[in-house]
Design a protein around this ligand. Structure first.
Ligand SMILES: [Zn+2]
Ligand SMILES: [Zn+2]
Length: 241
């Protein structure tokens, strides 16, 4: 017995398979091939640094377009469900229907198999970025740190290895740590006090042979005393280049 489509009457064929009484073309026409749990996404976006909140994590981006890219890669797959008879569904590509901004319409192309026939269908999703401030920007703004260690132009892998060792040996360093922020050319480590930042900086400087420099920034008054925020810079010394 040949299977045929209950909507258009066509018979099952390799190019247009009929599954559960419906052919591929009718499945697509009826919008049943790819099911999105939502057609609108509301995502938190830090208006200061441009990070987006993906699940529980804040991810740094280079702006709207990059934020949209993270959302397509990490959030769209989570809200995508295959229609009846569909397997192996995934995001193939996407394009911006409107330019990337606080509200962006994106057209996502999904690929998958209907029976054994591969298909590609577009679906539009509206992404709303909710302007907010990420925890890091709030921390920096509130000034809840007294010292920043800025490490530049070093091998990040090597640096991480040493940091892990130094932090695991010294629990007071961990206690005094506020935040650890990776940037494109290095790492900023925020501390509650000068002592911890100096201690870590001196150790790193001697292990990695980095040049140590201190700077101060006047940061307002606290309990009648002038506060000075300490900035320590660690860089490979000029001779080692
Ligand atoms: Zn049909
Ligand atoms: Zn931020």
């Amino acid at each position: 017995m040949t299977r045929f489509c209950i909507y258009c009457g066509r018979e099952d064929s390799p190019d247009n398979p009929v599954i559960n009484g419906v052919c591929l073309e009718c499945r697509i026409k009826r919008g049943e091939i790819v099911i999105l749990e939502k057609n609108e996404l509301w995502i938190e976006f830090c208006k200061v640094c441009g990070s987006v909140k993906i699940g529980y994590k804040w991810i740094e981006t280079r702006g709207f377009a990059d934020a949209i890219n993270h959302i397509v890669e990490n959030i769209v797959p989570v809200i995508t469900k295959p229609g009846p008879g569909v397997s192996n569904i995934h995001v193939d590509s996407y394009e911006l229907v409107t330019s990337a901004s606080w509200r962006t319409v994106i057209r996502v192309y999904f690929k998958g198999l209907y029976g054994s026939k591969e298909f590609k269908v577009p679906k539009d999703v509206v992404v709303y970025l909710k302007p907010t401030k990420c925890p890091r920007c709030k921390m920096i703004e509130s000034g809840e740190f007294e010292a920043v260690l800025q490490i530049r132009d070093v091998n990040k892998r090597e640096l991480e290895k040493y940091l892990e060792k130094l932090f695991s040996r010294d629990k007071r360093l961990v206690r005094d740590l506020v935040d650890y922020i990776e940037s494109s050319n290095g790492v900023d480590i925020y501390f509650y006090n000068h002592g911890a930042a100096r201690k870590l900086a001196r150790r790193l400087s001697s292990i990695m042979g980095l040049e140590y420099k201190e700077n101060y920034e006047v940061a307002g008054m606290r309990s009648g005393k002038q506060r000075a925020r300490l900035y320590i810079s660690l860089k490979p010394s000029a001779e080692s280049h």
